[in-house]
Design a protein. Structure first.
Length: 95
């Protein structure tokens, strides 16, 4: 699934697969500014259900889901080191 980077009309970062059981991959991280960035996974109500630090400037990263997550729609947010949202996407967790 390709989603739009915030502030850009070019899809540079992509998430796959969009239907997830245990993990998903984010590619295109090299298009973000280098350095530590924060990944948040939120539920449909906007609650943060998982958070991790990722390194921008690398090509791809596999994210393993918290085993306590239930089936449903989740949003993936990537924040810059300054806290600015750089990317938004969505996944569907199917357990």
């Amino acid at each position: 699934m390709q989603s739009r980077n915030c502030g850009s009309d070019k899809p540079l970062v992509s998430i796959y697969p969009s239907l997830v059981r245990q993990s998903f991959t984010i590619s295109g991280l090299e298009s973000l500014a280098e350095g530590a960035t924060r990944l948040q996974l939120t539920d449909a109500a906007g609650r943060v259900v998982q958070e991790s630090t990722i390194t921008a400037g690398t090509y791809a990263r596999e994210i393993t889901l918290n085993p306590d997550l239930t089936s449903g729609l989740y949003f993936v947010l990537i924040h810059s080191g300054a806290g600015q949202i750089r990317y938004t996407g969505k996944i569907i967790v199917h357990r």
